[in-house]
Design a protein around this ligand. Sequence first.
Ligand SMILES: [Zn+2]
Length: 94
Amino acid sequence: MKTKAPLFFICGYPDCFELGLHPHHITYQPNVEEKFCVKHHKEIETLLFHHSDRDRITLSNDQRIRIYKDWISGAEKVTEHMRAVFNKFSDWKD
Ligand SMILES: [Zn+2]
């Protein structure tokens, strides 16, 4: 029998067809998650880091949702500067 990865394993970013194995918390309370590939998970974490002045946990749900929606819609993109700051100061491990 042929098997195929079910759709919920595909990255949640539009037009990305990589495996979405990284759960990302859109909000923590309530617990709302979406799964992304590594690249896109790192992108949303980079944006949250940028907007939160380096403490992405303490953003409000409204802030987290707004940043998430702006990113998913393409209204906000990660810049090279944001990427460099995130790589230097965050605790992210690839
Ligand atoms: Zn992706």
